[in-house]
Design a protein around this ligand. Structure first.
Ligand SMILES: Nc1ncnc2c1ncn2[C@@H]1O[C@H](COP(=O)(O)OP(=O)(O)O)[C@@H](O)[C@H]1O
Ligand SMILES: [Mg+2]
Length: 252
């Protein structure tokens, strides 16, 4: 049984069909990437899964349970937790306290919450910044703080919305390492991402949306060479570069 099973999910805003009968599954322990041009419906789909929007039709199963139309806090409590494309940490609190807030959602006991926060700070490479105010972090740091806060609630499924957008190459590398660590710890992860260098090397599977419709679902190598995806989103240049890079890697 898949951890998340999205089945024929449609989300309409008046006349606009933002997601059109989208179906896919996320297996436990997998990293699944969700890509596509701006306005493809990626964030809307996240909003449907996390309960911010109630789908117009379709069904979402989490851990075998129908969560369609439940409230965000109910879905989060069941273990499907997301970050937001626009980061919004509590700016006047320290990095550590921000993560502690997440930990207290799960545990009322001080020492347990403190240990959890420490662990998440370490996993997300924020040790050096934990006493800083969240507002002082770089954008990369803020995005890792978002991850740490979500992580502190001990989710089964972590949904990351563009956590690598606007980051430096070094910060992207750090984010990739963090995501791989999380997977190694048994976390299931769904990532919306435009930074192909960030998502292609680590995803087990990529789902591609275009105009609300799923146009492809496959392993990254196949997606990079999928004509329809190249035309709708990646462009031939990326595909060539990607193939080239994979070649380089296997040579040395
Ligand atoms: N709350 C909303 N009300 C009306 N239209 C929306 C709303 N949210 C998203 N949309 C529209 O739905 C489409 C998909 O948007 P979105 O899911 O944000 O795309 P993506 O995240 O892939 O860039 C866009 O045309 C967007 O304008
Ligand atoms: Mg979006």
């Amino acid at each position: 049984m898949a951890l998340l099973d999205v089945s024929h999910v449609t989300m309409k805003f008046g006349e606009l069909v933002a997601c059109d009968k989208v179906s896919f599954a996320v297996e436990e322990g997998a990293i699944v990437g969700l890509i596509g041009p701006n306005g493809a419906g990626k964030t809307t789909l996240f909003n449907c899964i996390s309960g911010l929007y109630k789908p117009s039709s379709g069904r979402i199963l989490f851990n075998g349970e129908d969560i369609t139309g439940l409230k965000p806090f109910e879905i989060a409590r069941k273990g499907a937790v997301r970050t937001f494309q626009i980061v919004r940490p509590l700016k006047d609190m320290t990095v550590f306290d921000n993560v502690l807030v997440g930990a207290f959602l799960k545990s009322r006991e001080n020492h347990i919450a403190f240990e959890k926060a420490k662990e998440c700070i370490r996993l997300c490479k924020l040790e050096h910044f934990q006493k800083k105010l969240a507002g002082e972090l770089s954008i990369g740091g803020k995005k890792r703080l978002e991850m740490a806060r979500a992580l502190a609630t001990e989710p089964k499924l972590l949904m990351l919305d563009e956590v690598m957008a606007g980051l430096t190459t070094t910060e992207i590398k750090a984010s990739i390492e963090v995501i791989q660590r999380l997977r190694d710890n048994g976390m299931t992860i769904m990532i919306v991402e435009h930074v192909m260098e960030g998502i292609m090397p680590i995803a087990d599977k990529i789902v591609v949306l275009d105009g609300g419709v799923k146009i492809a679902e496959d392993v990254p190598e196949a997606i990079a060479n999928n004509e329809r995806v190249i035309e709708a989103y990646l462009g031939a240049k990326y595909s060539q570069r990607y193939r080239h890079r994979r070649g380089d890697k296997s040579n040395g």
